[in-house]
Structure formats: structure tokens, C-alpha cells
Design a protein. Structure first.
Length: 326
């Protein structure tokens, strides 16, 4: 089997949500696909009504194929401090025409305020490695982990776009979605992430600095977070920029012309256009950067601002990750 699903950006490309059908009869929910976590969870009828407002949700008792995964609970926290928790049902989950008949569906009994107010999604699908799934006392498998048996190849691809719909494909690589050739990096999955070493960076037309940068590819993170020294070197080329405590990061005049950012993957030079690095308006005539410091995060993240400039192959078989111009 192979499948494809549309990925729709929320405002400012804050996240990319995809339709996922759960249960029988199916309820279709927009879920945030997140290669930085490994829980599939949904808003559910078990939430207080106040926390469900503005959201669609899964009602296990209305699904003829739902079965309680007795004794199992989940409790997840995300990088921004948001989180959710609840219990678990086994039910059918279809994405892009591919059905997993016995998927662990983590039903939310409580969600943090960030999720209540983010009405773009009704939950998340984690595409990282099973080791960081939060189900307890036993891990449950990711949807992709369960779907792999149906796929010709243990791969999914991300073809995210700036300001318009893109897609995720499962089980195949569509050569019409990229140009040139795909360059792969070996993945170290010891921490449960799609983690690899980038080979360096360049700012605009400046010299490429060869250095190993430990990064994760995370579709659930909006921006790019790199070591402070690299970020400082980037904004040194943006007149009027400053690292603003009140804004929570680097800002600059919205009229600024931003240089591109090149990230090395092996010998491949992945270029993020300067326009992608003006993320969104801040206050007044200042704008907020798509590249920010990883200080306090503990690792560097290639989030959507980077990923939407590339075609990305996530190969869980090896594991390895591949990049080509999108
Ligand atoms: C309201 C809301 C908050 C956070 C997230 C979120 N999803 O993925 C991630 C990153 C950070 C890391 O934890 C794993 N990937 N963050 C999504 C939301 F809809």
C-alpha cells in the first residue's frame, strides 16, 4: 500500500495539520503531524466541555471498533510547556487511505490552555521513535510503526510549503516532488528523535562554516533553533535587528531584507530563502525571526521554517533522513 495526505498550514505556517479518520463510523479530525514526538492523541468526549469548545473530538463509545486499552494512560509535555493526558483506546485510524486497524488512540481527558486555544488542531500524530512514547506502563506504537508492514518501503516524506498546502506521503518517494538528488544523513535515534549531524552553515552569500551541528528534524516545531553563536552571526547581517527579551527572541524592522540561511547536510547545501526567515509581525513595525537561539532548549531544531524549503525523506528502516530542494 501507499498513501498521501494533504498538509494544511495554520496562520503564519505555525503548524501543518492533516485529516485523520478515527473509529467506526469514522470521525475525521485535523491533527498536527509531529516528527518530534511519538504519541497519537486526540481531543475526546472525556474532556470537560469547556476544554473541547472550538474543537471536534473522538467519542470512543460511539465507535463500534473501539476497545479500551485497559490500565494504560498517557501524559505528554511539549517543548513550549504545553501538554495533555488521558487514557487509551485501540481503534481504526486511517491516514491518506492507509488504515491501521489496531492503533492505540490516546484520548485526552485534560489538555493545557495552549491546546484549547489552538483550534487549528484536534490533537497530534507523533512520527518520532517509539522509545519516547509516553503511554504507561507499556509503550504503544506510533501509527507509522504500525503502518510499516503495509508499505513497500519503510519511509514517509514531508513536502511542506510556505503559505500553502503541501503533503506527506507514506511508503514511497515521489520524484516529482523534488529536484536534483536526495542527500542522506545517518540518524541517531538513541534519544527517540530524527537526530543527525548537519555539516555546517552559511549566512547569505558568505563563506560556508564547516562544523558539526547536532540537530533534530521536527515538523511540530515552527521555527529554526540553532546555537547562539550561529544565530548571532546571522543577525549581524540584518540591520536594525536585536535580541529582544520582551519579544522572546530576535526581531528586526519588517522592511529589512533578510539573507538566506544555508544548512549543510553532507555535501548538500540546503538553502532557506531569506523571505522564509521573516516569520511574522511582532509589534509596531518590527518582525519576529524564523531563526532563533537554542539557548535553554538543550538541542538544535530544524523546524517548519527549514523543512518547508526542502523535500524530506524519513526512512525508519535504516534509520536515515534525506533532503533535496523542494
Ligand atoms: C498548542 C501546541 C503546542 C505544542 C505543539 C507541538 N507539537 O510538536 C511540538 C514540537 C516540540 C517538541 O515537544 C516535539 N515537537 N510542539 C503543538 C501544539 F498544537
Amino acid at each position: 500500500a501507499q498513501g498521501s495526505v494533504t498538509a494544511s498550514p495554520s496562520q503564519y505556517d505555525g503548524e501543518y495539520d492533516c485529516p485523520v479518520t478515527v473509529g467506526t463510523p469514522g470521525v475525521t479530525l485535523p491533527l498536527d503531524f509531529d516528527t518530534g514526538s511519538s504519541d497519537l492523541w486526540v481531543f475526546s468526549s472525556e474532556l470537560p466541555a469547556s476544554e473541547r469548545s472550538g474543537h471536534a473530538y473522538y467519542t470512543s463509545s460511539s465507535s463500534s471498533t473501539s476497545k479500551l486499552d485497559s490500565g494504560e494512560t498517557w501524559d505528554i509535555s511539549y517543548g513550549d510547556g504545553s501538554g495533555a493526558e488521558g487514557n487509551i483506546y485501540i481503534d481504526k485510524v486511517t491516514i491518506g487511505g492507509i488504515t491501521v486497524t489496531s492503533q492505540a488512540v490516546e484520548a485526552a481527558e485534560s489538555v493545557s490552555s495552549e491546546f484549547v486555544s489552538d483550534t487549528s488542531n484536534d490533537g497530534l500524530v507523533g512520527f518520532a521513535f517509539d522509545s519516547i512514547n509516553t503511554a504507561s506502563p507499556n509503550h504503544v506504537q506510533t501509527w507509522f510503526g504500525n503502518a510499516e508492514a503495509q508499505l513497500a518501503s519503510p519511509v514517509f516524506t514531508a513536502n511542506l510549503k510556505k503559505g500553502k498546502a503541501g503533503n506527506y506521503n507514506f511508503g514511497y518517494i515521489d520524484s516529482s516532488e523534488y529536484t536534483g538528488s536526495i542527500t542522506y544523513a545517518t540518524i541517531n535515534s538513541a534519544n527517540g528523535f530524527w537526530e543527525f549531524s548537519a555539516s555546517g552553515y552559511a549566512v547569505g552569500s558568505g563563506a560556508f562554516s564547516s562544523q558539526s551541528i547536532d540537530v533534530i528534524a521536527d515538523t511540530g516545531t515552527t521555527l529554526i533553533y540553532l546555537p547562539a553563536a550561529i544565530v548571532k552571526a546571522y543577525y549581524a547581517k540584518v540591520s536594525g535587528s536585536s535580541n529582544s527579551a520582551s519579544a522572546g527572541g530576535y526581531i528586526f524592522p519588517c522592511s529589512a531584507t533578510l539573507p538566506s540561511l544555508t544548512i549543510g547536510i553532507g555535501s548538500y547545501k540546503a538553502v532557506v530563502p531569506g523571505t522564509f526567515l521573516n516569520y511574522a509581525p511582532n509589534t509596531g513595525s518590527t518582525c519576529f525571526g524564523g531563526l532563533q537561539s537554542n539557548a535553554g532548549i538543550g538541542l538544535s531544531i530544524l523546524g517548519d521554517v527549514f523543512l518547508k524549503s526542502q523535500f524530506v525523506v524519513f526512512n525508519q528502516g535504516v534509520p536515515k533522513i534525506g533532503f533535496a530542494p523542494g
